[in-house]
Design a protein around this ligand. Sequence first.
Ligand code: ADP
Ligand code: MG
Ligand code: MG
Length: 210
Amino acid sequence: MVLDANWAVKWLTLCAQAMAEHRVELIELDRAIGDSDHGENMDRGFQAVLAKLGESTPETPGAALKMTAMTLMSKVGGAAGPLYGTAFLRAATALGDSAQIDPSAWADALAAARDGIVARGKAESGDKTMVDAWTPAVDAARAAADGGSTDVLGVLVAAAEAAEAGAVATDPMIARKGRASYLGERSAGHRDPGAVSSALILRAAVGAAA
Ligand code: ADP
Ligand code: MG
Ligand code: MG
């Protein structure tokens, strides 16, 4: 399995499918601790990415991610639009114009995405945001790649599983960033919607390679 431009197109297509399928779930999560629009925002954003993919085919994974960044920034709005826009843009820059992504490059791209989210939103681990999905994913991908894994699917799976566990781990956290922070301690006992959408994105990366 190689992660090339075809894989990237499939990944983004599966992201759009996942956001449509989980739209209501993300809306419900955001209803509990936010303003109920996260599912709508993410579905709209990735449907626009899908439309762009129908207009032209990116030549490299980096080009696909850069197009995604621009589209999400212009279509998603709210907190998530600029955060995901920055994440995809930084990942695209990390990948450059390489035709293929190897395990270490995937770990580097995830780290760049996470660093972009942190630069933009200033959240730390434990603040009950999407960072709590991304940071464990970065660490798991790095560990898998440094462990000498030449199997890129294994690195994708490690990142997705860590993001999913990270999203679940936001349940007891008290939000310190974003709208959910307005609730203070009442934000505890709910899963962060952005952490869940982040895990869906990283799970779609596995689906595209499987
Ligand atoms: P809004 O809160 O503007 O309605 P969304 O509902 O689309 O935007 O996105 C909310 C998600 O954005 C949260 O669940 C959280 O994961 C993420 N988020 C909000 N603020 C920050 C931040 N400062 N840093 C990182 N992530 C954040
Ligand atoms: Mg919202
Ligand atoms: Mg909103």
